[in-house]
Design a protein. Structure first.
Length: 70
């Protein structure tokens, strides 16, 4: 289950976007983001994704169609 909360969303809006999210908007936004977070967690287990950029690049390369099919 997602750990995304209204407080988290408000903090990210403030830090990343320098935007003060209205208090009534934070919880509904968290509810919309939670299913995407849960889905990402499920998929990441099968992608052999580590937290290093090189691992992400390698995973993308493995998922890409062969060069002759692009």
């Amino acid at each position: 289950m997602s750990d995304i909360t209204g407080d988290f969303v408000a903090k990210m809006a403030r830090i990343w976007h320098r935007f003060a999210l209205p208090a009534d908007d934070a919880t509904p936004l968290a509810g919309m983001l939670a299913p995407m977070d849960d889905a990402g967690e499920r998929v990441s287990e099968s992608m052999r994704f580590d937290r290093e950029p090189s691992g992400f690049d390698r995973a993308l390369e493995e998922l890409a169609p062969p060069a002759d099919e692009r």
